[in-house]
Design a protein around this ligand. Sequence first.
Ligand code: FAD
Length: 462
Amino acid sequence: MMTTVVWLRRDLRLIDNPALYHAARRGPVIPLYILDEQEDMGGASCWWLHHSLRALQGQFQSFDCPLILRRGDALSILQELIRDSGADALYWNRLYEPRTIQRDREVKTTLQAEGLEVKTFNSSLLNEPWEVQTGQGGPYKVFTPYWRQAGGQITAKQTLPVRDLGSQDRETASDDLRDWALLPAKPDWSGGLAWRWTPGEKGALDRFDRFLEQRLQLYADKRDFPAVGAISGLSPHLHFGEISVRDIWNRLGHFEDVAGVETSVAKFRSELGWREFSSHLLYHFPEIPEKPFRSQFSVFPWQEDEALLTRWQQGRTGYPFVDAGMRELWQTGFMHNRVRMVVASFLTKNLLIPWQKGAEWFRDTLVDADLASNSASWQWVAGCGADAAPYFRIFNPVTQGQKFDPQGKYIRKWVPELRDLDGDEIHTPWKVAKERTGNYPDPVVDLSVSRERALAAYKSIK
Ligand code: FAD
């Protein structure tokens, strides 16, 4: 009997999972997840992973095909499982981060040399990073031409259904998920995450259905307003591969010709394009998590300041729109994209703290923390990335709040001590008598002084 081990990684779903589908066509499947202890996963991601694996275990159980959990060195675990089970093939879906590419290459070469059939598939991107090339044959560095090319290359593909996964004659040992201690304890800070999210394939599909029914028509006009529910919230589900991006793309196609919705479809697809572009950049420029893309920024006069960094992390900068975002992040593991841009600009430009410090905090606290999107986005805001915003475009957190949260609804939700301020007062609480703002702090920096300082710092490296 031809048995295939399917090594699951960030493809924690059954529907439209190419490795699983093709393995099941051969014969019985042994689904395996290996906890990668080398991966620098943040606390919020660990919480998500636990619940996603728990959900996946239930799904595989219903096929009478238990999900095997192991932790440690991937190659040794795979060799042992293949030997013990008599499997003759190993399938997985590809990852695109520098460390995983290197590891997967070694696993593939070694196991092929040992006579195993090893096949890999694309499950998480619309285009492989190497499939999109400039006319000269290199990678793109600017989004607009990248997306013109990449968007045009996407071909419709059928959703791969879930098949019978076969049955195993023998029992295969598995770790107990609880022993991996992925959940926070003492203190358990995950209440806000559990309130907001349902990790797993069902949670992802339900969220996408709700988005199509209730939010898609608002998306183009309202996606920048954090108090309006116009965004999908799919990013953590996409990161863990609980939903297929190809399926999302295809289902959006049903709304392409619906009057009033076509611009939202195009806008949403181009946001998926930014996700693709980030992976493209990380694949071709693997240093972007650490080093500025534009090399002149390697001598930028950053100012490390632990006390200011802590004020930013805790949402106590004295700027309500920034603080609302940082508190939303801390409590729910998520922050709206518009607010991410504002808090990142505030950290790197008004406080002059290195973007890597901000990226590190996001990596630990975001449920959607993703090496490619996080690194590319932080560099974009800091002005040192590929296709970055011009440096002098420094977001003003007060005017951004007034524009994108005009009634202060978002601020009131996350900064409750300002709840009773009226009208525009909510954006400038330092102008209001102290007894009305409780213990809300004064601004940590003056906006115009810090803006001038940032521009002077930029001038010094130009
Ligand atoms: P929607 O607006 O519903 O968009 C749909 C999908 O498109 C998202 O789920 C996401 O996969 C993708 N997407 C949307 N905007 C972007 C973008 N600008 N860049 C890349 N992909 C995008 N996104 C992450 O997934 N992980 C990160 O670690 C991450 N870090 C970020 C750090 C900073 C400083 C900034 C400014 C942005 C970051 N983003 C990151 C991008 C973006 O903020 C989130 O993808 C988005 O807020 C997720 O919300 P959503 O799913 O409701 O998005």
